[in-house]
Design a binder for this molecule. Structure first.
Ligand SMILES: [Zn+2]
Length: 377
């Protein structure tokens, strides 16, 4: 992957590029951020740039054997270590290298831990980097570099290292190996031994900007521009979340318009018992779908309020949504709009903080129902 192919992070990539150009690449670096923000993309572009003998104009050439091998995750001097399942039967990352390549390539190098485990085993597994892996890394580094001079070891999610593996890695980091770069990619650096983090230079990878996410959704995921923009806003900087939102929409697993209108109808007619069913249905959807629903509903509430206020001409609604909101508008006014929005924002916050979705949506349903039933005085 070339720097130009990384989604977002332009400033960070400029810094990394300039470190390489000035020969200031520290021997152990810790790339920190959520997987969905593209930490692996940053790492792969960085490694490709370091190893390319023909880099120019701030980019790897992309066509030399080194670049081609790194793009295929098959460079003889670039080693990968990552959590694996069932380490007693299958001792190291090498046993899963085919699945690893497939997973990285299929997902543009952006996927999270669960997606990885789903690739290698069905079920709710928790992976580990066993001590054998550390032995394996030392063995690989004891060979002379095959292609150029440099060797790189990429350790994805070092927080999954078994204690004995972490101690072995610490020993390696304590005595730097000549021309060898260690790149640790971590979501939770606070779970690493402080003796390890203190020996690494931290590279913080932040969220990806919404425009860049939307562009990716349109060009790579085939989303329509308006849907891409909406999903990018909710995805909060993460390509993993972005894909989930678009996939949920595609599969129609949560029909936000149906869910919203049903809640409002139940509220007008005081059918509280059915609100429990409604909450249960929403609680069984994924967390991204729940956030999406809340964001969508806040939008419709705002639009309805504008209709009440006589601001029809600036409303973005059309079709069934517009029809519903025109009928619904009289129920949203100065007397309750602030309280309605506050309840919805509270639900957004609670879901974001991993609140129990069934309780959050039951509370929301009942609270909204009460507020909607209030008449303007
Ligand atoms: Zn090259």
């Amino acid at each position: 992957m070339k720097f130009g192919e990384v989604i977002g992070h332009k400033q960070l990539l400029d810094n990394l590029r300039s470190n390489v150009d000035k020969g200031r690449v520290s021997h152990a670096q810790l790339i920190v951020g959520e997987c969905g923000w593209g930490t692996m993309q940053v790492a792969l572009a960085y490694v490709q740039y370091i190893h390319c003998p023909h880099r120019s104009g701030g980019e790897a050439c992309g066509v030399c054997p080194s670049c081609v091998q790194i793009a295929q995750l098959a460079h003889p001097d670039v080693h990968f270590a990552f959590p694996i399942i069932n380490p007693t039967k299958t001792p190291t990352s090498d046993s899963f290298i085919a699945e690893w390549r497939e997973c990285v390539l299929r997902n543009d190098a952006i996927f999270d831990e669960h997606q990885w485990y789903d690739t290698i085993e069905v079920g709710n597994s928790q992976g580990i980097i066993p001590q054998k892996e550390a032995d394996n890394i030392i063995r690989k580094l004891s060979f002379k570099a095959f292609a150029g001079e440099n060797k790189t070891v990429v350790i994805w999610l070092p927080e999954r290292m078994h204690t004995s593996a972490a101690n072995a890695l610490l020993k390696i980091l304590e005595e730097p190996w000549d021309k060898t770069l260690f790149l640790l990619i971590s979501e939770h650096p606070e779970e690493l031994l402080t003796t390890i983090t203190s020996r690494t230079q931290t590279i913080n990878v932040g969220r990806i900007g919404p425009e860049e996410l939307a562009h990716y959704a349109v060009t790579k995921l085939g989303a329509a521009p308006d849907k891409a923009a909406a999903a990018a806003r909710i995805a909060d900087g993460s390509v993993v979340a972005l894909r989930n939102i678009l996939a949920e929409e595609e599969s129609g697993s949560t029909d936000n318009f149906e869910l919203f209108t049903r809640l409002m109808r139940l509220s007008f007619s005081n059918r509280h018992l059915e609100i429990f069913d409604w909450a249960e249905q929403l609680a069984s959807a994924g967390r991204e779908a729940q956030k999406h629903f809340l964001d969508y509903s806040l939008g419709l509430i705002r639009e309805s309020y504008m209709l009440t206020a006589g601001l029809e001409n600036i409303s973005h609604l059309w079709g069934a949504e517009r029809e519903f909101c025109l009928k619904f508008a009289p129920y949203v006014g100065n007397h309750n709009v602030e309280a309605i929005v506050a309840e919805m924002e509270r639900a957004v916050r609670d879901i974001g903080q991993n609140g129990n979705p069934k309780m959050v949506f039951t509370h929301l349903g009942l609270a909204l129902s009460k507020l909607i039933a209030q008449r303007a005085r």
